[in-house]
Design a protein around this ligand. Structure first.
Ligand code: FAS
Ligand code: PHB
Length: 393
């Protein structure tokens, strides 16, 4: 058995794990990352597209913001399309000058992977059968098999950055953790294509046939989503069927300017709201999707992972460099205060824009009233804008 010793063992090389590793490295701390998949597989997953300013600033602090600042698209607003009419939400005016940055999670992950590799830091990809234990002692450990060789890694702390289906949260005794979950009766069918975006800004469309989102990755690469039943299979959706359905849900102007092309990626993502409390168990700290999931409507998932990592990296640095555990002791409560506000906003915007055919007629009337109110009220749009750009850290 090969053994390794490090200060912070990070499980998961998604954006949370990689960003944490980079921030700790910049402060002179030692980390090892174990990742179940290959780096190519991690990069092949198409996910988030919108970064809050706080997330972009954290990428700068981690020393990996150069390409993001050069290629990311600053967006001052987005549009809500209801009944075929588009209403612009002016983020810059409504949220005190704050904006968002359109830069794909794939590129965030690629920048972080490159920085970690350039620094010669240890990332064990394709680590099989990862197991953790001892996090209720002062010597937590992980076991895994890498290229057929059993490995044991001992550390001072473990950061569970292994996503919703990871091993870290699953390793916590059932009696020590409280789970909160809401599963939606629909998912998002996403398509990525090398076609020019249908509009300069994102369009969230509400339609009798279902919700759709027009997003992008650059001036030549678009990302689209359709609300589909949660049972939907991506195999049943040809590119032509996708484009026809999207066009049917768009307002006339967008439908007229839609440029179609072959899909580079197509997938169905289930929608759920989920929170695990607390986020700390002795020397195990959960961060990102390992601790919480939001429906992607509010573009909060990746950004919540970044704010967890900001708090956790600060707390670990204080522990090692200042001998203070105040940040570690406050980590879970601090994250959860922000997580629940993002859960509320993501649930609210999902409820506002999607079709809930199984809901009683009364709910549909409430939804219509809420939409009317939002589209007519500066106060409501100010609340929408300040949540969308990200609440203060
Ligand atoms: P991740 O899931 O990204 O990373 C966890 C990593 O841990 C993975 O690489 C995984 O392979 C690894 N892992 C899992 N189990 C392991 C084990 N036992 N041992 C070792 N490694 C293990 N957010 C948005 O803001 N906007 C969006 O549009 C959006 N779309 C999404 C679409 C999909 C299909 C999904 C699933 C999520 C989407 N999200 C979106 C949310 C998403 O971006 C997450 O918030 C983001 O990936 C969170 O990053 P991590 O916490 O690092 O988790
Ligand atoms: C995306 O571009 O993938 C995206 C953008 C905004 C969202 C969700 C997804 O709310």
């Amino acid at each position: 058995m090969k053994t390794l010793r490090t200060q912070v063992l990070i499980v998961g090389a998604g954006p949370a794990g990689l960003l944490l590793g980079q921030l700790l490295h910049r402060a002179g701390l030692d980390t090892v990352i174990v990742e179940r998949q290959s780096d190519e597989h991690v990069l092949s997953r198409i996910r988030a597209g919108v970064l809050e300013q706080g997330t972009a600033d954290l990428m700068d602090e981690a020393g990996v913001g150069q390409r993001m600042r050069a290629e990311g698209l600053v967006h001052d607003g987005f549009e809500l399309a209801v009944g075929g009419v588009r209403h612009r939400i002016d983020l810059r005016a409504l949220a005190g000058g704050r904006t968002v940055l359109v830069y794909g999670q794939t590129e965030v992950t690629r920048d972080l992977m490159s920085a970690r590799s350039a620094a010669g830091l240890i990332t064990l990809y394709e680590a099989a059968d990862v197991r953790i234990d001892g996090f209720d002692t002062s010597t937590p450990r992980a076991h895994c098999i890498v290229r057929g060789e059993p490995m044991e890694i001992t550390a001072d702390f473990i950061a569970g950055c292994d996503g919703f289906h990871g091993v870290c949260r699953a390793s916590v005794p059932a009696g020590a953790i409280q789970l909160y979950e809401k599963v939606y009766p629909f998912g998002w069918l996403g398509l990525l294509s090398d076609t020019p975006p249908v509009s300069e800004e994102l369009i969230y469309s509400r339609h009798a046939r279902g919700f759709s989102l027009c997003s992008m990755r650059s001036a030549t690469r678009s990302r689209y989503y359709l609300q589909v039943p949660s049972t939907e299979r991506v195999e049943d959706w040809s590119d032509d069927r996708f484009w026809d359905e999207l066009r049917a849900r768009l307002d006339p102007e967008a439908a007229g300017s839609l440029v179609t092309g072959p899909s580079l990626e197509k997938s169905v993502a289930p929608l759920r709201s989920f929170v695990a409390e607390p986020m700390r168990f002795g020397r195990l700290f959960l961060a990102g999707d390992a601790a919480h999931i939001v429906p992607p409507t509010g573009a909060k998932g990746l950004n919540l992972a970044a704010s967890d990592v900001r708090y956790l990296s600060q707390a670990l640095i204080e522990h090692y460099l200042e001998g203070s555990d105040a940040g570690l002791d406050h980590y879970s409560a601090r994250c959860l205060a922000r997580v629940w506000k993002a859960e509320r906003f993501s649930w609210w915007l999902t409820s506002l824009m999607h079709n809930f055919d199984q809901e009683p007629a009364f709910q549909a009337k409430l939804q219509a009233a809420e939409l009317d109110y939002v589209l007519a009220s500066d106060a409501a749009q100010r609340a929408l804008a300040e949540n969308y750009v990200g609440l203060p850290l």
